[in-house]
Ligand binder design. Structure first.
Ligand code: HEM
Length: 214
């Protein structure tokens, strides 16, 4: 199967374009537009009554969305023969970019880089610990996303990249704990994340060879 194939999908020239680096750069550009747009709205003071909170939440939510999207690539290929593997690295890096912007927004706008407040904040809002753990898991994944690192790490690269599932768990706890009350949207996102985790678990249980290698 070609690296990007959709059964009964688009015409061959479109298919070729979708596999090209230009398509991946377009995805980077389009996917970073919401951040630029919200930054601009923030600068214009058009983000509502609590702009700092709105901006932080917006960036965190997109980081979580891109994490889900990157982990959806394999189930899509297995269940529907939709092969979007060429976009997995882009989606992972977009998740990391939004996560870094989310944390920077928190550090700059909430804490004003006063790290003494951070200690207090963590004791009041323990969900921040799970956010930090998520960032800790995502960082080595982003750093080892280059072709050189993939070659150097060999099989260990796949092992290391299982951290994405740990990141999914910690990000989900962080997400749910960020709210004091029940939030249906958050619960639905997290339920979808758990579905992806179960899918991965079932797959490696059914195919123990893959568990050793992948
Ligand atoms: C050092 C790491 C992190 C810190 C300090 C942090 C901080 C925060 C804070 C302060 C909030 C609550 C904003 C508010 O409502 O007042 C929040 C919410 C959130 N964070 Fe993080 N975060 C971190 C990492 C992450 C990562 C890596 C992700 C995703 C991959 C993430 C996803 C979210 C989500 C989805 C929310 C809820 C957004 C919403 O309300 O819709 N965070 N985070």
């Amino acid at each position: 199967m070609s690296p990007l194939s959709v059964r009964g999908g688009p015409s061959s020239s479109l298919k070729r374009w979708l596999k090209s680096p230009a398509a991946r750069w377009t995805l980077y550009f389009v996917a970073l537009c919401p951040a630029a747009w919200w930054f601009w709205l923030g600068a214009q003071n058009r983000l509502g009554a609590d702009p700092v909170r709105a901006f932080e939440e917006f960036l965190g939510l997109w980081a979580y969305r891109f994490l889900l999207a990157s982990l959806l690539i394999t189930p899509l290929r297995i269940a529907f023969s939709i092969n979007l593997i060429v976009y997995r690295r882009v989606l992972g890096l977009l998740c990391f970019s939004y996560a870094v912007m989310h944390v920077l927004a928190y550090l700059a706008l909430d804490l004003r880089f006063d790290f003494r407040i951070f200690g207090d904040d963590i004791t009041k809002r323990p969900f921040l610990v799970f956010g930090m753990l998520t960032l800790l898991c995502l960082s080595p994944l982003a750093l080892t996303s280059t072709n050189g690192a993939i070659r150097r790490l060999g099989r260990n690269w796949k092992k290391l990249h299982r951290l994405a599932y740990v990141a999914l768990v910690t990000a989900s706890v962080h997400f749910l704990m960020a709210f004091k009350t029940w939030h249906t949207d958050a619960a639905l996102f997290v339920a979808f994340g758990m579905f992806l985790l179960i899918f991965r678990g079932v797959r490696s249980f059914q195919n123990p060879k893959r568990r050793r290698v992948a």
